[in-house]
Design a protein around this ligand. Structure first.
Ligand SMILES: Cc1cc2nc3c(=O)[nH]c(=O)nc-3n(C[C@H](O)[C@H](O)[C@H](O)COP(=O)(O)OP(=O)(O)OC[C@H]3O[C@@H](n4cnc5c(N)ncnc54)[C@H](O)[C@@H]3O)c2cc1C
Length: 414
């Protein structure tokens, strides 16, 4: 008889796991209170980030920290209440960002990132979603030569150690690729490997359709409870029905931590919230690539719905109300970078990157329960890493060897 698996959470991570399990013959139910891909996996910048071999460390130099304090930066904002609630994970994040600890983390993180294109490719094909994908990389823009030089050094290291491909664009070369970008930009790094997605939510939805086409079931219902029965079976209560399974996967993104507490797991989860807004472009202006204004800290993405501006991180509680100031500051800078037109959305979209203090996700079995599997904490790159996570977790669930060492992603490291 096929193993019955229930995957909780239909973001990029949960949908990818469900797809892989269905490919391996599991009888899979994918549960989400919304349609697939409507939360964090909907509103992101849509880059499948093959270049992101170095996860985002917490700033440690005094100049940056002092710059963050007045709370006016575009790339990072904080709310004191949110900082206090997440004080312990943030302290551990800061410690893990110290040079020695960080240098240990980079190759572990890179081992996962290196799988991203090869694992998205078969899902894109199965979903017939090629129309959503562009394979032209993205541009990281710099306003000062010193910051560009520093980043070029990292890019060269990434190339030598992890096979990252890039091209340095001086002002003239950049102007050919992006004629409407401001002269304040002195140069750019063109990351050549990444793929960009013109509607991230639609890609997740198309992966979910491919999952259904291969026999999987999507249940749109609020999860109310997860419990282990005496006979090693699992029971999931939802608003609409109660289901039994041999395996349950927790892929609830920013909500995962709170669902694991009643099961006796206290993971140091926290979130980095982010916003987006779509814009028209003025008159004949055209943005050809996804561009990141690296020194200011936001991104412009020419998507189907318009030019999507995504913000950097806001440290606050997951469910705290939206604050408009960070997006407003990013918009002001973006209007100086590129001739944006009017806003296209009534209100900004708000989401939350699901984070863990060592910048790596948890992927693997729950230490205290047979049949409980975990996949969350993908931070800045969950859209990139969903399919790799799906492949790896499905291999682990089937007792098969994995293509990379999973030790760095084990749950019991916390
Ligand atoms: C502004 C911004 C830009 C980003 N840009 C990028 C990028 O360019 N590239 C990249 O790789 N990553 C990017 N990210 C990060 C990426 O979006 C996330 O890491 C990723 O979407 C997380 O996916 P997930 O499946 O873990 O979570 P989600 O997509 O949030 O999925 C979790 C699901 O759980 C469901 N859920 C929660 N509670 C319940 C319940 N009680 N019952 C039923 N269902 C429930 C939710 O409805 C949701 O669908 C960005 C994030 C932000 C905020």
């Amino acid at each position: 008889m096929a193993r019955r698996s229930i995957v909780l959470g239909a973001g990029m991570v949960g949908v990818s796991i469900a797809w892989h399990l269905a490919q391996r013959g599991h009888e899979v139910t994918l549960v989400d209170r919304r349609e697939p891909g409507r939360e964090t996996s909907f509103g992101n910048a849509g880059i499948i980030q093959r270049e992101a071999v170095r996860p985002y460390p917490f700033p440690r130099d005094m100049k940056t920290l002092l710059g963050v304090l007045p709370n006016r930066r575009v790339d990072i904002r904080y709310r004191p209440g949110g900082m206090i609630h997440a004080a312990s994970p943030l302290l551990r994040y800061w410690q893990n960002s110290a040079p020695k600890a960080y240098q240990r983390i980079v190759p572990e993180y890179a081992s996962l990132i290196q799988l991203c294109l090869d694992t998205h490719a078969p899902m894109i094909e199965a979903a017939g979603a090629e129309n959503l994908i562009k394979k032209q990389g993205f541009l990281e823009l710099f306003r000062s030569s010193s910051r560009l030089d520093k980043r070029l050094k990292e890019a060269k290291e990434g190339q030598a150690r992890f096979g990252v491909a890039f091209q340095h664009l001086d002002r003239t070369a950049l102007a050919i690729k992006e004629p409407d970008i401001s002269d304040d930009i002195v140069g750019a790094i063109h990351w050549l490997d990444p793929w960009t997605v013109s509607d991230p939510g639609a890609l997740v939805a198309s992966y979910a359709k491919a999952f259904q086409a291969s026999g999987g079931r999507v249940l749109q219902s609020e999860v109310k409870g997860v419990s282990q029965q005496a006979d090693d079976q699992w029971e999931v209560q939802t608003e609409h029905e109660t289901r039994q399974a041999d395996d349950v996967v927790i892929a609830l993104g920013p909500w995962a931590g709170r669902w694991l507490k009643p099961l006796g797991y206290h993971f140091p989860t926290f979130v980095k919230r982010g916003y987006h807004m779509h814009y028209a472009s003025q008159a004949s202006a055209h943005l050809n690539h996804w561009v990141m204004d690296a020194e200011v800290g936001y991104l412009l993405a020419p998507m189907q719905a318009g030019i999507r501006l995504t913000t950097g991180a806001e440290l606050d509680d997951l469910e705290a109300p939206a604050h408009v100031s960070q997006l407003a500051a990013a918009e002001k800078a973006a209007r100086g970078l590129f001739p944006l037109g009017e806003r296209r959305d009534e209100a900004p979209w708000k989401g939350a990157r699901p984070c863990l203090p060592d910048m790596k996700p948890v992927i693997g079995p729950a230490p205290k329960h047979k049949g409980l599997w975990l996949a969350f904490g993908h931070g800045h790159q969950g859209f990139t890493l969903g399919p790799a996570t799906g492949q790896l977790l499905a291999d682990m669930m089937d007792g098969q060897p994995t293509v990379i060492d999973m030790e760095p992603f084990k749950a019991d490291r916390f």
